[in-house]
Ligand binder design. Structure first.
Ligand SMILES: [Zn+2]
Length: 329
């Protein structure tokens, strides 16, 4: 049980300590050495507990004599090169994300400045800017095309580009139409090439062509409406696009309004339907009708007996005999 020391005992203890000062110092030193980690942890905890205060004290000490602090820090670094390196590494690691963000911000600012300059230059004289751009394009054709190819290969850019083009068309359809017409007029050879490409693909696919009677029957089946969205107006839409090797035959076509047709363009039907949130029109053909469309374009020479009535098949065989010459068919 603890007992309060008497004054006499306290005095004698003090006396003993004074008489054995060396021994006391030695004991204390040994204890500190044995408990260095504990002491460090305690100091750290105390520092953290009063962080603001301690930091203010540090700053004041530094301000009072920066040279002394710098010298002592330098001496420590020189005495502990390994720990200095480890500390630097740890700091870099902590600081990495921050530095990356800073760098990105700087880069963005630079980019923005440059873009602003470009916009200003363009606004000051759009004609000259366009002429210069075209001149560069023609002088560095390979490079320019590679650049464009790379840009359009990026799906997110392509999506944005398409949205922009659509918005432009919706805003001023007549202007775009005029422009397309003018382009066609100025580039008859290119227009011819496009038509030629399409026709040669048709020939390669050994397509029998769509007979007027077949087409009329199909249009009637969809009540003269777009198979996709149900508005009136019927252009021939190739389910598997000609450019993707689809055949020009009744099994590969559906009536579509102009808007759906050009929106689908050369996309995969399933992908396009999903984009538009539309149901597959082929599923709407009721069970007592024949299924309108084969799933895959057929190879040349095969006759598809599932999808066309006998009379139509006969008619087609009669009429389409020499329509296309089949290569290697
Ligand atoms: Zn439509």
């Amino acid at each position: 049980m603890a007992r309060r020391r008497s004054e006499r005992e306290k005095e004698s203890h003090r006396q003993w300590l004074t008489n054995n000062a060396d021994r006391v110092r030695e004991t204390k030193r040994a204890w500190r050495k044995a408990n260095a980690d504990k002491i460090r942890a305690q100091k750290r905890a105390r520092y953290r507990a009063r962080l603001d205060e301690e930091r203010a004290k540090d700053r004041a000490r530094y301000a009072a004599n920066p040279e002394r602090k710098k010298a002592s820090a330098k001496a420590w670094r020189e005495a502990n090169p390994e720990r200095k390196r480890a500390a630097t590494r740890a700091w870099r690691k902590r600081d990495k994300a921050k530095r990356a963000a800073d760098a990105e911000k700087q880069l963005a600012a630079k980019r923005e400045k440059k873009n602003a300059q470009r916009r200003a230059r363009y606004a000051a004289n759009p004609e000259r800017a366009r002429a210069r751009s075209m001149a560069w394009h023609h002088a560095h054709r390979e490079q320019a095309l590679a650049k464009l190819k790379k840009r359009y290969a990026n799906p997110s850019y392509l999506e944005k580009h398409r949205a922009r083009e659509t918005a432009r068309y919706v805003a001023e359809p007549d202007k775009i139409k005029r422009r397309v017409k003018a382009w066609k007029k100025n580039h008859p050879e290119k227009v011819r090439a496009i038509g030629h490409r399409r026709r040669s693909r048709l020939i390669d696919s050994c397509s029998p062509g769509v007979l007027p009677a077949e087409w009329a029957a199909l249009v009637e089946r969809f009540a003269g409406r777009c198979a996709y969205c149900g508005t009136s107006g019927t252009t021939i839409d190739h389910i598997v696009p000609i450019s993707k090797g689809g055949r020009d035959e009744i099994g590969n076509v559906l009536p579509a309004c102009k808007s759906c047709n050009s929106s689908k363009n050369n996309k995969d039907l399933a992908v396009w339907l999903a984009e538009k949130g539309l149901a597959d029109p082929r599923d709407r053909v009721s069970a007592d009708h024949e299924r309108v469309v084969p799933a895959e374009p057929r190879r040349s020479g095969e006759v598809d007996s599932r999808n066309t009535s006998t009379s139509l098949r006969l008619q087609r065989a009669r009429l389409s005999g020499g329509r296309w010459s089949c290569r290697g068919g």
